[in-house]
Design a protein around this ligand. Structure first.
Ligand code: AMP
Ligand code: MG
Length: 335
């Protein structure tokens, strides 16, 4: 298969591919998605094949107008309406009881469906032309999510019909996923909309244990995606929790063949390895924006080890922590 690279003026071509049951990668404000017609079970099954994604990991359905939600879910409870009114369009995914229109391939056999209304104008236009789209991140399963069309091509060239190049993604990490299935709302995956922002709208909201900790052997994942190793570059990620001096000292004393550091801008010239800047110290939004591109850059440079600062668990920092602690296999070097 020859993968077309389309520009933002060729969304009609992308929509025609989707309507015929094909796969198109689209830019969103979070990461690039790999989209198919959400109501076409065969097309959705092809997403899993192209990514090598386990079939038990359900997909998010993307809409571009609130009115599209009513035929996709059985209930749209008050808290969901409040969240939608406040944060849509934007990086928030809400899990709701699914209607019969949702193919089993999308929900991976669950009775619920994850819905999001993205902010990116290209994603919105594509959805308006082709209907609701099922779309996970457009990377090979397990590797860092793509935040540029070049990342998509690097993983998916020859495996999908097309990618629309819409430049770099603004947020850089995937959407926040929240379930309203239990009495108290619960965040299953942190993202661009923070727990603090959500609590201001609907009050008490829990953060699922699997956000920050590995699942025990016999524990079921509320969000199936949480049980897989994820977001990993080929390089071994070493996550360091300590002062900047201790971070630098640790790297100086490590004897690796080829290492990189995800460093603060201020540290760029000071570390004895390839320095890949992830923003100014304390800027969680920049860390989120740059994280996946930085991990991919370490691989492009054939690094075997990549050192990273442990982010805070506050605000968007929690989303960065959730991704990078998985990339590091839940091991943290505490100095
Ligand atoms: P991705 O599509 O790669 O951004 O991942 C979507 C995330 O949402 C994964 O962690 C899925 O397991 C999770 N997810 C999607 N649908 C559901 C659902 N119905 N119930 C629980 N988690 C879901
Ligand atoms: Mg993904």
């Amino acid at each position: 298969m020859n993968t077309l690279i389309l520009n933002e003026r060729q969304i009609d071509t992308a929509a025609a591919i989707i309507r015929k049951g094909g796969l198109v990668s689209m830019p969103t404000e979070t990461v690039y998605g790999l989209a198919a017609d959400a109501l076409n079970g065969k097309a959705v099954a092809d997403i899993f094949k192209a990514k090598g994604r386990p079939m038990d990991n359900p997909l998010i359905v993307h809409i571009a107008d609130i009115s599209q939600i009513y035929s996709l879910v059985r209930e749209f409870p008050d808290n969901a309406v409040k969240l939608a009114e406040t944060f849509w369009p934007g990086p928030l995914t809400i899990i709701l009881p699914k209607s019969d229109r949702i193919p089993d391939e999308v929900s991976a056999g669950l009775d619920t469906v994850a819905i999001r209304f993205p902010l990116h104008p290209v994603a919105q236009k594509l959805i308006m032309l082709s209907g609701p789209l099922a779309a996970p991140s457009a990377n090979l399963s397990g590797s860092p999510s793509p935040t540029s069309a070049a990342h998509v091509i690097s993983d998916m060239n020859g495996r999908i019909d097309a990618v629309i190049d819409g430049g770099d993604c603004e947020v850089g990490v995937e959407s926040t996923v929240i379930t309203l299935a239990d009495e108290i709302p619960r965040i299953l995956r942190p993202g661009g909309i923070t727990a603090e922002q959500i609590r201001q709208v609907i009050g008490e909201t829990l953060i699922d244990k699997a956000v920050t900790e590995p699942l025990g052997k016999n524990e079921a994942a509320a969000s199936p995606g949480m049980k897989y190793k994820h977001y990993s570059p080929k390089a071994n990620v070493i996550l360091i929790d300590g002062s900047d001096e201790a971070f630098a000292d640790y790297i100086c004393h490590a004897k690796d063949d080829k290492s990189a550091a995800l460093c603060y801008n201020e540290e760029k010239e000071t570390l004895p390895c390839l320095c890949i800047p992830i923003g100014a110290k304390g800027d969680d939004l920049a860390y989120a924006h740059n994280l996946f591109a930085a991990l991919r850059k370490a691989d492009e440079n054939e690094c075997t080890v990549v050192y990273a600062h442990c982010p805070t668990k506050e605000g968007v920092g929690l989303a960065v922590y959730n991704r990078i602690v998985r990339a590091a296999g839940f091991e943290i070097v505490r100095l």
